[in-house]
Design a protein around this ligand. Structure first.
Ligand code: BJW
Length: 248
């Protein structure tokens, strides 16, 4: 792709870069995006109707099994060229923050260091009643399994609709968005709040905002630069163009 020359100059000069990623970044690892049509067993359910506390109260087994299926899928997935390009960017930028809405752990597995997980992490589990976190749980055959301390039902440690955002992560994400030279918004439909506000927070505070997506979003008309196409192709190309230092 022929990137706008001014964008290359701005990225070369940037000392503070904040990146927000969404499900599109993991699409090329074979992880379905959140709003993609579901397939197979799950085709009859809308993800938005499974990722809520009320869905879990109504049918905990169904919700647990959906997450168990997704946990297995992400465990088998591998970071793709977009995840790897973001590690390369982090190495070159003195003040770099990666905010992700993804719960799939692929940025950390790829090697990104300064990561803010805004919507939790599917590899962790917690008690629905007490929020007690746990990394392992006994397989007693019950679905969902039960909290060994209080007997409550276990659930994934992710942020569902209707739930409060994690305070510290949300405050840091707004802080890093308000204090950056360039803000990259990659592979998100920009419909879920408060994450969807972050690029606007960056714009209001004078950052250059760049969107990378295969489709237009509500940010497209407002961003300074829009790079249309798959993140796994565009990000490595962009990084090679900006930092042509032979290291990547
Ligand atoms: C590619 C690509 C490729 C594909 N390369 N690109 C203000 C206004 C209105 C409503 C609200 C508001 N504030 C809060 C709300 C309510 C609600 C909300 O936002 N609702 C909206 C739907 C309207 N927010 C909340 O409830 C949040 N809590 C909160 O704010 O608490 C206080 C409060 C509560 C209630 C009312 C008011 C205040 C919590 C939000 C938690 C979201 N959780 C989920 C589930 C996580 C667990 C799980 O994964 O199961 O997070 S929902 C789901 O959406 C998931 C994702 O992280 C998130 C964002 O999705 P994302 O990443 O954008 O994926 P997609 O699929 O939508 O898009 C993929 C994109 O990639 C597309 O654009 C493609 O084109 C692109 N793409 N291939 C580049 N190769």
């Amino acid at each position: 792709m022929n990137f706008p020359p001014r964008l290359i100059v701005l990225l070369k000069a940037a000392e503070r870069i904040t990146v927000l990623t969404g499900a599109g970044v993991s699409a090329e690892s074979g992880v379905p995006t959140f709003r993609d049509a579901q397939t197979g067993l799950w085709a009859e359910f809308k993800p938005e109707e499974l990722a809520t506390p009320s869905a879990f109260r109504r049918n905990p087994r169904l919700v647990w099994e959906w997450y168990a299926w997704r946990r297995k899928l992400v465990a088998e997935a591998k970071p793709n060229a977009a995840h790897i390009a973001l590690i390369e960017m982090e190495k070159r930028i003195p003040d770099f923050t990666l905010i992700t809405q993804n719960v799939d752990d692929l940025h950390r597995r790829a090697g990104s260091v300064n990561v803010i997980e805004l919507h939790g992490n599917i590899t962790r589990t917690k008690c629905f009643d007490e929020n007690l976190l746990m990394t392992t749980w006994a397989d007693t055959g019950e679905v969902p399994p039960r909290c060994p301390r209080c007997g409550g039902l276990l659930r994934p440690d992710v942020v569902w609709f209707e739930e409060a955002m994690p305070e510290e992560e949300t405050a840091r994400a707004f802080g890093r968005s308000a204090n950056c030279d360039v803000f990259l918004c990659i592979g998100t439909s920009s419909v879920v709040y408060p994450a969807a506000s972050l690029p606007f927070e960056a714009l209001e505070n004078g950052a250059i905002v760049v969107e990378i997506n295969t489709e237009p979003t509500q940010l497209t008309g407002k961003a300074d630069y829009v790079l249309s196409g798959p993140a796994g192709i565009l990000l490595p190309e962009l990084i090679r163009t900006v930092w042509s230092d032979g290291g990547f």
